[in-house]
Design a protein around this ligand. Structure first.
Ligand code: PEP
Ligand code: MN
Length: 296
């Protein structure tokens, strides 16, 4: 008996290496973040901003209040930092998570923060609204399995030398584990060029739109590694269809302990939001902004 095309397609899909992540005609996944269910995906353009690392109560709260006043709904900040040198600041750990939770309480912002090990997943998930997997951990399969076994959304950054298929297979670990809420992030890949930190790969945005139903955001801060390039890279990425961006922003970048030279101040952040607003509208999408009543 001859098999129908539908049967053959179903068989192929069942054997596909990233069978849950693959587009296969599926509609865009929209990941809903935190208590206020901030949407990432579809026609939404989402903003995540904040310092590279949680450094202390005062700077974090000041930065969070300023960003939330501009309508930024999600706050980033590392409590566990994967540093190249073991002698560099490693983050405040659980104290940093508590400060992030305090910032959420004060502003209503959802919290995005990195988790480094499978053992830390329950701790970080207790405080965070989105668990971030950094570029160095994209292929840490035990970590991805642990994230698949819990229900908080996962922000999965592309490995600095990972192919697009490897990124999608990494996402597949989380999806196959039972967690459908994965957000992909292009943050630049290694190249021979020393003037920028990484080579931002704009190709992946339209390509991933074909290959997967998952939302794709960008991190121009870690791609460029220089604050003066972040605005243009973000605008280009949103024009190409990115579902949002994660930006390093600080009330005083010169004083930032980590990544200050690629971090935007609040004026630059406001200019960025104004620019992205126009690009999102010009491409038939919407930059989501909620101006909240901020607790004193
Ligand atoms: C970060 O966003 O804090 C970070 C360390 O980024 P990446 O993993 O992309 O280097
Ligand atoms: Mn950083």
């Amino acid at each position: 008996m001859t098999r129908s095309t539908d049967d053959l397609n179903a068989e192929l899909l069942a054997r596909h290496p990233y069978r849950n992540a693959v587009r296969a005609g599926r509609p865009d996944t929209i990941v809903l973040v935190g208590e206020h269910r901030v949407p990432i995906g579809g026609t939404h353009v989402a903003m995540i901003a904040g310092p590279c690392a949680v450094e202390g109560r005062e700077t974090l709260l000041e930065t969070a209040h300023a960003l939330s006043g501009m309508g930024v709904q999600m706050l980033r900040g590392g409590a566990f930092k994967p540093r190249t040198s073991p002698h560099s600041f490693q983050g405040l750990g659980e104290e940093g998570l508590q400060l992030l939770a305090e910032a959420r309480e004060a502003t209503g912002m959802a919290i995005v923060t990195e988790v480094l090990t499978p053992e830390d997943v329950p701790l970080v998930a207790r405080y965070a609204d989105v668990l971030q997997v950094g570029t160095r951990n994209m292929a840490n399969y035990r970590l991805l399995e642990a994230l698949g076994a819990q229900d908080k959304p996962v922000l999965l950054k592309r490995g600095m030398a990972a192919t697009i298929e490897e990124l999608l297979c990494a996402a597949e670990y989380v999806l196959a584990g039972g967690n459908p809420n994965v957000i992909l992030c292009e943050r630049g890949i290694r190249s021979f060029e020393p003037m920028v930190r990484n080579a931002f790969d704009l190709n992946v945005i339209p390509l991933l739109d074909q290959l997967t139903h998952l939302p794709v955001i960008v991190d121009p801060s870690h791609a460029a590694g220089r604050a003066d390039l972040v605005h243009a890279v973000t605008m280009g990425a949103v024009a190409a269809g990115a579902h949002g961006f994660i930006i390093e922003a600080h009330e005083n970048p010169l004083a930032a302990i980590v990544d200050g030279s690629q971090t935007l101040d609040m004026e630059a952040m406001q200019r960025l939001i104004t620019g992205v607003d126009a690009i999102a509208a010009a491409t038939g999408r919407q930059l989501d902004r909620t101006i909240r009543t901020v607790a004193a």
